[in-house]
Design a protein around this ligand. Structure first.
Ligand code: UD1
Ligand code: UDP
Length: 359
């Protein structure tokens, strides 16, 4: 069996890494295709380095662009490779334009699509990611749902039960496989002169947040207040999209917020684990906060990861400063003793074994 693993952005590299490692371990016939949706060293190559991943066999170099430009380039580029290689399965992960473009190309060539992290729903169709997930799920042959809730979302939409398997989320594998390596290798606390528990972590990159001047301005105002109340630094490894918008909107970052380059995975895992709390609009970071038992405030009105809300360790706060501060106070007083809902850290193995068993 030949599996083509397609990835293109930071979270896909991280969450595909356990699958790639297992394919390597088995000596499986697989190919690695990088669309090039992310391309800056710290959003892309840094993760291949940190996670010791093999170089992709193909690179499409699609780069940035509008949704249609990016998705279209991915489709055209991948189609050529798929016609040439005819893999048995194309494996995609998550909800990016890389995922939808790749799934469409494969499905139109009657090549089976496997969707890792299937069945997540925010119920907000203004989000590009919701469109990408929905459409990919409906053309996939294998739906690897991380939780029972994700499975039930798929069943409600009429997707054939036989195509769905609950495997957990490979993010758990990634955290467990890398946290000890991080402890041994990373000097991040010394480099940034930090004390564990003595800082907040902030990330924001959602289109609906950072491309909107008012919302981004509100987030910055909320951080100013957070710093003045708790007196702790707020570490902000800024996504390139967000840096660009801060500059375009002429928004300056107040005292107390430390803008950093996007961090390597090992550094970021340690920063997450010892943060007083994490404030984020990221999907993967909500999950990692939950896995690491760190309080999380989600800077959105909805989440496709409601399992994290049920633990009491994550609260939706949108972008209003008053709500954000209230949420910080609530989540800091919650008991951090929840059970991780995303699986046992063997999802990558389960996914590959299902594919192998089915052929
Ligand atoms: C994309 C995904 C989003 C995911 C995020 C992970 C879509 C629709 N969005 O958002 O779901 O959460 O990746 O981080 O697929 N840029 C760089 N260097 C890079 C990549 C991007 O400078 O390596 C800048 C460019 O100015 C670009 C902007 O960031 O225009 C946005 O990049 P893009 O890939 O379109 O979307 P993300 O915001 O990264
Ligand atoms: N991440 C990282 N360095 C950073 C910020 C995030 O390694 O500076 C990792 C984080 O641990 C998580 C993933 O990137 O695994 C989340 O990616 P992102 O927030 O870009 O995308 P999303 O998960 O929202 O799609």
């Amino acid at each position: 069996m030949h599996v083509a693993i397609v990835l293109g952005t930071r979270p896909e590299i991280i969450k595909m890494s356990p699958i790639i490692r297992y394919c390597e371990e088995l000596g499986l016939d697989y190919s690695l295709i990088h669309t090039g949706q992310h391309y800056s060293y710290e959003m892309d190559a840094a993760f291949f380095h940190d996670l010791e991943l093999p170089k992709p066999g193909y690179k499409l170099n699609v780069g940035s662009g509008t949704h249609a430009e990016q998705t279209g380039k991915i489709m055209v580029g991948l189609e050529r490779i798929l016609i040439h290689d005819r893999p048995d399965v194309v494996l995609v992960q998550g909800d990016t334009n890389t995922v939808l473009g790749s799934a469409l190309s494969a499905a139109k060539l009657n090549i089976d699509v496997g969707h890792v992290e299937a069945g997540l729903r925010s119920r907000d169709r203004t989000m590009p990611e919701e469109i990408n997930r929905l459409l990919t799920d409906h053309i996939a042959r294998y739906l690897f749902a991380p939780t029972e809730l994700a499975r039930s979302n798929l069943l409600q939409e009429g997707i054939d039960e036989e195509k769905i398997r609950v495997t957990g989320n490979t993010v758990v594998d990634a955290v467990l496989q890398n946290i000890e390596i991080a402890e041994q290798r990373s000097r991040i606390f010394r480099d940034l002169d930090l004390m564990p528990g003595g800082y907040f972590v902030l990330t924001a990159h959602r289109q609906e947040n950072v491309d909107n001047r008012e919302k981004l301005g509100n987030l910055i105002a909320a951080m100013r207040e957070l710093h003045s109340i708790y007196g702790l630094p707020i570490l902000f490894p800024a996504h390139p999209r967000t840096l660009k918008r801060l500059d375009e909107f002429g928004l300056s970052v107040p005292e107390g917020i430390r803008i950093l380059e996007p961090q390597g995975y090992l550094e970021f895992l340690l920063l997450e684990r010892s943060a007083r709390a994490i404030l984020t609009d990221s999907g993967g970071i909500q999950e990692e906060a939950c896995i690491l038992h760190v309080p999380c405030i989600t800077l959105r009105e909805n989440t496709e990861r409601p399992e994290t809300l049920e633990t009491g360790g994550n609260i939706l706060a949108g972008t209003d400063p008053g709500r954000i501060l209230q949420a910080v106070s609530t989540v800091l007083s919650a008991e951090a003793s929840w059970t991780n809902p995303f699986g046992d850290g063997r999802s990558g193995k389960k996914i590959v074994d299902i594919l192998l068993g089915d052929r």
